[in-house]
Write a protein that binds this ligand. Structure first.
Ligand SMILES: Cc1ncc(COP(=O)(O)O)c(C=O)c1O
Length: 395
């Protein structure tokens, strides 16, 4: 390798964790504490009043007809697919580059994922590479890292083949396409509130979001066993019975208490993320070894980008990650294995080489720390270390 020797400079600077929210949590503590006290006062810890308040506040923020709070983004996908009418054996087109839940949710909902490649710049689905069969019923665009998949082409593809659009918008809070929030361009979408997300809880939580009242009602029933034989007077907001067996996927009020407080600073957090991402791009532009910086593409309509993850594609990705770790800088690999090559989907018979853009992203992409607590000096330090690693000047 032609890059600099991997020598750590331990002790010269403070660690840059991949994620922390210690400072912003401290700043928000008074409002979080008030909300937590309300939970304790009411004594409802699961699908109680704070969950209802959070659902309403979030629906207003998104401009969504309905928000159904559940206990993870993964469950939200399963519930959305089932509420949108997925039947056993139905196929859903999913991009080969995503978090595993995009495809495993299809299996858990009784369907079969079929994979398509991605656009190498936006990491969104390239529907031109999808195989549509008589069993194909739905298409699932996934909006990754900082921008939406090409919803114009996804919606046109869905119309051409009479497919339902279900969006994996787990990472996409704040992202809009022609003024409409991610997740609201077809049957519905989801949000994940995993702690590292742009709006993160203190544990797992998620939501189904939709403008379709029937889908919302079904998802709301399915999140609590479909109301099978239950008396649910003490669970306000749990809607009509369904004939489908459901899950226990209610949202905890403790998470709603945190999320409700954090919703108040979401726009400021998004602006801070954009500022830090711009500093990374300045600091890394032209750096040898860095093949691709995030590029927000112009669309035919107005779109809003939100930096959830700052993802770069680099030479010698694993060696760079090891060098940064040795210098107390955390990174994450999004995503190490393309979905069509995941062992849990081996029975579907896909082969290496079928989706070259997804496979290249898995081989070369690495995420650098990005969160509102990160300081400008920390971004500077990470950029200097990356430059030093590739012999382009720095640390
Ligand atoms: C694209 C995508 N889909 C689905 C999920 C699943 O969300 P959760 O981790 O809340 O189950 C995530 C989050 O990790 C994600 O990033």
């Amino acid at each position: 390798m032609e890059h600099a020797a991997v020598v750590a400079d331990r002790g010269t600077a403070a660690a840059v964790p991949f994620f922390t929210q210690a400072a912003s949590f401290t700043a928000l503590w008074p409002s979080i504490k008030d909300n937590l006290e309300a939970v304790l006062d009411r004594g409802k810890y699961s699908h109680g009043p704070l969950v209802g308040r959070f659902e309403e506040a979030l629906a207003e923020y998104l401009g969504a007809g309905h928000v159904v709070g559940v206990n993870s983004g993964t469950d939200a996908l399963v519930l959305l697919l089932r509420a949108a009418g997925l039947q056993p054996g139905d196929e859903v087109v999913v991009p080969a580059f995503s978090f595993v839940a995009s495809a495993s949710s299809v299996v858990l909902a009784g369907g079969t994922p079929t994979f398509a490649d991605i656009d190498p710049v936006t990491y969104g689905i390239d529907t031109g590479t999808a195989a549509v069969t008589v069993a194909t019923r739905m298409v699932m665009p996934v909006h990754l890292f900082c921008q939406l998949a090409d919803l114009g082409s996804v919606v046109a593809f869905a119309q051409r083949h009479a497919l339902t659009v279900v969006e994996d918008s787990a990472e996409a809070i704040g992202m809009r396409w022609d003024g409409t929030h991610a997740g609201l361009h077809g049957a519905g979408g989801v949000l994940s509130f995993f702690p590292t997300k742009t709006l993160g809880a203190l544990g797992d939580a998620g939501a189904v979001i939709t403008d379709d009242a029937r889908i919302a009602e079904t998802a709301a029933a399915l999140r609590h066993h479909g109301r099978f034989g239950h008396t649910l007077d003490n669970f306000p907001g749990i809607a009509t019975e369904t004939t489908l067996p459901g899950l226990n996927s209610k949202m905890d009020d403790v998470q709603a208490a945190v999320l409700l407080a954090k919703l108040a600073t979401l726009d400021a957090d998004i602006a801070r993320r954009a500022h830090l991402a711009a500093l990374y791009s300045e600091g890394l532009r032209g750096c040898p070894g860095v093949r691709r910086l995030p590029t927000v593409v112009e669309r035919e309509v107005d779109t809003t980008a939100v930096f959830y993850v700052y993802l770069v594609e680099v030479d010698h990705r694993d060696a760079l990650a090891a060098y940064l770790a040795a210098n107390s800088v955390g990174t994450e690999t999004y995503y190490p294995v393309p979905l069509h090559l995941q062992p849990c989907f081996a029975h579907l018979g896909y082969r290496r080489g079928q989706f070259p853009h997804a496979e290249a992203a898995c081989a070369n992409a690495v995420a650098l720390p990005l969160y509102p607590d990160l300081t400008e000096a920390q971004v500077d330090r990470v950029c200097s270390l990356v430059r030093a690693f590739y012999g382009g000047g720095g640390a």
